[in-house]
Design a protein around this ligand. Structure first.
Ligand code: MLT
Ligand code: ZN
Length: 471
């Protein structure tokens, strides 16, 4: 759908003038550099072409924007930190981008309920800091914490590196305020722990990728900080050993992270300045973090390592002895995305049940070896949650469009393998523009039809983030 969706309305410049008149205090940007900056996310695949950028300062302005857009048939794209990897915040068709950059404050902390109410544009890292000021944590965490926003996290039901202990974003959202496409303001769940009063619209909005309205406020559950922890890096000799190391760790340790990456990932992250962890190379590595508050827990970690070594499922290991060493080990995993970005990676973000990981890994790795014989394919991700990030790097000599076309053909095959193993084409990045043609491999026709119906009820004219998730 184009920005001026129905064609019958006033030309968009006149519509923009009307918006200026109706909301004289609204900050509106139309410079080419701003259109480019706010019209894209980290995918960099589409040419940004929004109509303008609105930066509302409060909920009333967001409501007025929605009413104005509805009157003129202008499409709207919600925008947070634009760190998304599926094109969910791309505006390439004359849409009005609604950036929540100015709505970025903590509004309230309630110590009895242990909830923090924030505006959607606040960065995840600022939420972590605000929680720490009250001696608590907001446990969702991942490498883009400094740039991504809570609104974007909610839109994609963001996961990250602590899902193994704490779950995804949806577990931590006690309430949201939503401005619908018609400009109504809904207060969904209001911070309640128990609320058995029909459909939980809050949960419908989480993961909806901005298609059901604008999240203009969020109430976040906080929890106690974890005990002191240690980080262990394992060098793993073969793919089949990864889940055996996981089983050994899970049986004896209280895990808060279990992440893996391959030697190709290590190669790129080292080229980006990280410290080499072992003299000898291994094909796979695991970063695990676990409670290590007392000697018994620390000894349990050493015992796990010893057992894994004896069973031949690890070659070597490093156990952090300080916060600095833990951070250096984490950098090997968290630095991967940045180290790959100049290679224009085609990103897969797939998941299967933990029990299905070994069989899925076997089938997927034969598929990828067969289909990508000459490409640098980098594997990493949250293997303890059954979530893998398979990044295919673009060879310098290959044109962007040819590269994407080749990757899309393979993704179709991958999507069939995923369907056979009961998996998902998007574990945590969302469907956006990038994965929408594979949605039917993960969701049934009946489910997609129901999702379409839900979207129509919330947004009959199809103005909220059109083209994302499904057409
Ligand atoms: C990660 O786990 O590092 C993120 O999902 C980012 C990525 O996949 O590149
Ligand atoms: Zn991830």
């Amino acid at each position: 759908m184009s920005g001026n969706a129905t064609g019958a309305e006033a030309p968009t410049t006149e519509a923009l003038d009307e918006l200026r008149r109706a909301l004289p205090t609204l900050r509106l940007l139309t410079d080419a550099a701003d259109l480019e900056h706010y019209g894209r996310d980290w995918t960099r695949r589409w040419t940004p072409a929004p109509l303008a950028i609105a930066l509302p300062a409060n909920i009333e302005e967001v409501q007025a924007i929605a009413r104005w857009a509805n009157a003129h048939g202008i499409a709207l794209v919600p925008s947070g930190g634009r760190t998304g990897l599926s094109g969910g915040a791309v505006a390439a068709n004359g849409e009005l981008v609604v950036s929540f950059e100015r709505m970025n404050r903590v509004l309230d902390f309630n110590p009895v309920d242990r909830i923090l109410t924030v505006q959607p544009g606040i960065a995840l890292e600022a939420v972590h800091k605000a929680a720490a000021e009250h001696g608590l944590i907001y446990p969702v965490d991942f490498a883009a914490r400094g740039s991504c926003s809570i609104g974007g996290n909610i839109a994609t039901n963001a996961g990250g590196i602590r899902v193994i202990r704490y779950g995804n974003t949806r577990e931590w959202i006690a309430g949201v305020k939503l401005v619908t496409a018609s400009g109504d303001l809904l207060e969904l769940n209001r911070g309640l722990i128990k609320n058995s009063s029909g459909y939980d619209l809050r949960q419908l909005v989480i993961g909806a990728e901005g298609t059901l309205g604008f999240v203009v406020e969020a109430t976040l559950r906080l929890t106690d900080p974890p005990p002191a922890s240690q980080v262990m890096l394992f060098a793993v000799p073969e793919m089949a050993a990864l889940m055996r190391v996981f089983a050994a760790c899970r049986a004896s340790l209280n895990l808060s992270a279990f992440e893996f990456f391959t030697d190709r990932a290590l190669h790129h992250v080292l080229a980006h300045g990280a410290q080499k962890p072992f003299d000898e190379a291994s094909p796979y590595y695991v970063v695990s973090e676990f409670d290590a508050a007392d000697e018994a827990q620390q000894q349990a970690a050493l015992d796990v390592f010893e057992r894994c070594l004896n069973e031949g499922v690890v070659n070597d290991g490093v156990l952090s002895q300080s916060d600095a060493q833990a951070a250096a080990l984490w950098r090997l995993r968290e630095g991967i995305t940045e180290s790959l970005s100049s290679h224009k990676p085609y990103k897969n973000d797939i998941s299967v049940r933990i029990s299905a990981v070994p069989a899925f890994l076997d089938e997927m790795s034969s598929l990828l070896t067969r289909e990508y014989p000459h490409f640098d394919v980098v594997w990493f991700g949250h293997i303890g949650d059954g979530n893998l990030h398979i990044n295919v790097l673009k060879p310098a000599e290959l044109a962007d469009a040819d590269f994407v076309a080749q990757c899309e053909r393979v993704t179709r095959l991958l999507s069939e393998v995923l369907a056979r193993h009961g998996g998902s084409i998007s574990a945590e990045h969302g469907i956006g523009l990038v994965k929408k043609s594979y949605l039917a491999g993960t969701r049934s026709a009946a489910e997609i039809e129901l999702m379409r119906g839900v979207r129509r009820v919330f947004d009959p004219r199809g103005l909220m983030n059109p083209g994302k998730l499904f057409d």
